[in-house]
Design a protein. Structure first.
Ligand code: SAH
Length: 258
């Protein structure tokens, strides 16, 4: 708590990364905050086993997609966090992966700062790192890739995004939110000069018991996603490193973490 003017205490907003799934991939700081919080505002990617770590009397507020398929609009989430903090309550804002990787953590931090509310960022293992570890796909490799890029592959604005040079020989491209747009993604990359036989992998539900790792050539990505009925959350990884992964390590990681 912090006193911003006499007699008025504000809470702190903790923007906390919940990692890719399993609770033991949380940072110790994240675990401590989750276990002690009286208010947790979380999104849909946070694994139920992590929410189960909360105090029994904690208030858990989901801002995830509901049956109506709508998430709470971002400005309403910002307003909720700020409102609670101004009322003197500490808020744990729990997000899948890392709050600053496609997590809108930046917007929430700015909203907090604009309202004069203290904000703390607790990093998490982003899906790319979790998927890499669980699938045995090293994102960098001295022989195959010394550049890694993370991009958002969702529909909105996809055609306007300039990905030129992000994928290809010596590079790894990790695409978040690209399941629905897989055909446009493959087309976009090949139009940019990528070889149709460039190896790719799709990692679905990384670091969860139901994880799947699918591999193939770039040109086959749309069919792979369709034939295997790939569902979100999944990452698409493009580059020669995906042809190296040793699937045999995945069960070891899962055994160790579940
Ligand atoms: N802040 C999150 C990303 C949020 S965007 C992070 O750092 O990981 C949501 C996207 O993340 C999903 O559409 C999917 O592409 C990816 N993602 C999140 N969790 C995942 C998981 N367990 N396995 C594979 N992809 C995941």
């Amino acid at each position: 708590m912090r006193r911003i003017w006499p007699g008025m205490e504000t809470g702190t907003i903790h923007l906390v990364g919940a990692g890719p799934g399993s609770p033991d991939l949380l940072t110790l700081r994240a675990a401590r905050l989750i276990e002690t919080a009286s208010l947790i505002v979380h999104d849909g990617l946070v694994d139920p086993s992590i929410l189960a770590m909360a105090r029994s009397d904690a208030r858990l507020v989901s801002v995830a997609k509901q049956r109506s398929k709508h998430t709470l609009p971002q400005d309403e989430i910002n307003a909720l966090l700020v409102h609670e903090a101004l009322a003197g309550r500490d808020v744990v804002r729990l997000k899948g992966g890392d709050p600053f990787v496609f997590g809108r953590g930046g917007e929430e931090m700015e909203a907090a700062q604009a309202a004069g509310v203290r904000v703390e960022i607790v990093p998490g293992i982003s899906a790319a790192n979790g998927a890499a570890a669980a699938s045995g796909i090293a994102l960098t490799h001295r022989e195959d890739a010394s550049i890694v890029s993370f991009v958002a592959g969702q529909c909105k604005g996809l055609s306007d995004q300039d990905w030129s040079g992000l994928a290809g020989v010596g590079r790894t491209l990790v695409i978040y939110m690209g399941v629905k747009t897989a055909p446009q993604i493959a087309e976009k990359l090949m139009a940019d000069g990528l070889a149709p036989d460039m190896p790719i992998a799709v990692v679905e539900n990384a670091c969860r018991p139901e994880m799947r790792v699918l591999r193939g050539p770039l040109a086959g990505l749309p069919d792979l996603v369709m034939a295997e009925a790939v569902q979100s959350p999944a990452l698409i990884i493009i580059g020669h490193v995906t042809a190296r992964g040793d699937a045999a390590i995945a069960p070891l990681l899962l055994e160790a973490t579940l």
